[in-house]
Design a protein around this ligand. Structure first.
Ligand code: 3PG
Length: 213
């Protein structure tokens, strides 16, 4: 179910959001995260090699929880599902995107930054949203204030993303409905591009350590 597929994100408390410039880098990247104990990733559709990257990870590391990010359209959903994505993330929400995700059986974390956007996603059956861009929308304090009146709304989980760093990660994770925080700080595109997988593994290990405390 949507819930089972997303509850795994809560095991780690963090989701590395990545732009993979070349598909051949995908498996070494996922292995580096795995070595740190982090077996989830959100591969954004922001590079031409995104779908092939998802497919490579799904084929080589079947236990890895690979998701797709930056979904806009129903076609994106179908392509990502076919490539092997196990969850999807979008910067915003539209009813058409929600319908496509439900029909494809792809658990979706729709983006939302206001009460109205959250209410629209919940109305369509989504009980988790990505609060995006988190820092520029006021950060953890703003998120806590936004969630307070939505206690009985049906929204169960939130994944803040956008401007999350080791310095503010704890502030987000202390908010009760925050299941995990996403971000590019663990595996920035520049490090992936030059194959600095040792640094990425260390970033992941540090982030996991922070998320656990
Ligand atoms: C995303 O794709 O969700 C964001 O671009 C990640 O934001 P960050 O680079 O600030 O972590």
């Amino acid at each position: 179910s949507q819930q089972d597929a997303l509850s795994i994100l809560g095991e780690f408390g963090i989701v590395p959001v990545v732009e993979i410039p070349e598909a051949r880098l995908a498996v070494p990247l996922a292995r580096a995260l795995s070595e740190a104990g982090l077996t989830t990733i959100e591969v954004t559709m922001r590079t031409p090699d995104a779908l092939e990257s998802i497919a490579n990870i799904a084929a080589e590391l079947p236990e890895f929880h690979v998701g797709v990010g930056t979904l806009f359209t129903a076609a994106n959903v179908a392509d990502a599902k076919a490539a092997g994505a196990r969850f999807g993330v979008s910067p915003g929400y539209t009813p058409q995107l929600g319908l496509a995700a439900r029909e494809a059986g792809l658990p979706l974390i729709p983006g939302a930054a206001t009460a109205s956007e959250i209410m629209a996603a919940v109305e369509d059956g989504f009980d988790i949203v990505k609060f995006f861009p988190a820092e520029l929308n006021g950060g953890a304090k703003a998120l806590a204030a936004l969630l307070a009146p939505l206690a009985a709304s049906g929204l169960r989980h939130v994944m803040p993303t956008g401007g999350v760093t080791p310095d503010n990660l704890g502030d987000y994770l202390r908010i009760p409905r925050v299941i995990a925080a996403g971000g590019t700080w663990i595996a920035p595109r520049g490090l992936i591009a030059v194959g600095e997988f040792d640094i990425i593994r260390d970033n992941a290990a540090r982030a996991l350590e922070l998320a656990r405390t």
